[in-house]
Design a binder for this molecule. Structure first.
Ligand SMILES: NC(=O)c1ccc[n+]([C@@H]2O[C@H](COP(=O)([O-])OP(=O)(O)OC[C@H]3O[C@@H](n4cnc5c(N)ncnc54)[C@H](OP(=O)(O)O)[C@@H]3O)[C@@H](O)[C@H]2O)c1
Length: 245
């Protein structure tokens, strides 16, 4: 198996989609992972053969800078940034708490912006970069009773289109993958669950199935490859048909 040896940072790789992305990309590349749970990160890094990991809450002041330093010290720089860490909140707008508002805007929108801002100078120097944000179809078509989440995910599309224009001449592509319902722990927490049962959700999905996290990992693998160099500024919906209505 030929290694492509790209230096890649994947945020939110303790479990779920981020874990799948790291697993698939670590087969041929130098992957650095981060999240909050140090024990899981240590286990995942050993199991997947990652080059390093960083444990910290990205919404806390200074954590993005600490992560940046760790990545630079370990890999020297990165070719690929995958902004995957994110949280979900299911609540009517009038019931949405200020704490949730602050945390989601920070983690889902501000942190990706700050990480891109930190790593773009290195990519510009190399004249190569791939930036992939993990959005959501909630940010594409909207999700009732999840306006905060939808707002933060929609912001990634604006960021993606603007940056794709700004960075095109440096051979840096910027894209957002918008998953539909993916089989992960994201919505298993009782406080985050919607009013729909699993069967009701499946009935809404044209393919009558949840997306598997590896489908997102495989799309990242493609976007990182040379074959995808012409794809930039795009939102790629992997949603088993959910956006079709
Ligand atoms: N699952 C879906 O149906 C779905 C659909 C559309 C989009 N998405 C998006 O896909 C991404 C991954 O979702 P998932 O389903 O894999 O979620 P998940 O299983 O809950 O995993 C979330 C990851 O983000 C990390 N994370 C959460 N808060 C963090 C913080 N404050 N600082 C640092 N890391 C933090 C978690 O680390 P710890 O475990 O260490 O806390 C974990 O690794 C998210 O952006 C989500 O919005 C998911």
């Amino acid at each position: 198996m030929t290694r492509t040896n790209r230096n890649i940072l994947v945020t939110g790789a303790t479990q779920g989609i981020g874990y799948s992305i790291a697993k698939i990309l670590a087969e041929k590349n130098n992957v650095f992972i981060c999240g909050r749970n140090e024990l899981k990160l240590r286990e995942n890094a050993a199991k997947l053969g990652c080059k390093g990991f960083f444990a910290g809450d990205l919404t806390q002041n200074g954590t993005v800078d600490l992560l940046y330093r760790e990545v630079i010290d370990t890999l020297g720089g990165i070719d690929v940034l995958i902004n995957n860490a994110g949280q979900y909140v299911y609540s009517r707008i009038e019931a949405t708490k200020d704490d949730d508002l602050k945390r989601l805007v920070n983690l889902n929108s501000v942190v990706p912006f700050k990480l891109i801002r930190a790593f773009v100078p290195g990519m510009k120097e190399k004249k190569f970069g791939r930036i992939i944000n993990i959005g959501s179809i909630s940010g594409v078509v909207g999700e009732g009773n999840a306006s905060l989440y939808s707002m933060t995910k929609a912001s990634l599309m604006g960021l993606t289109k603007a940056l794709a224009l700004e960075l095109a001449e440096f051979n840096i592509t910027v894209n957002t993958i918008n998953p539909g319902w993916v089989d992960t722990n994201l919505i298993d927490n009782d406080n985050l669950k919607s009013e729909f049962s699993e069967q009701e959700i499946l009935d809404m999905i044209p393919q009558r199935r949840f997306v598997h996290p590896d489908e997102i990992g495989k799309m990242c693998e493609y976007l990182v490859s040379d074959s995808a160099k012409g794809i930039t500024g795009q939102g790629l919906n992997i949603c088993a048909g959910l956006t079709l209505g």
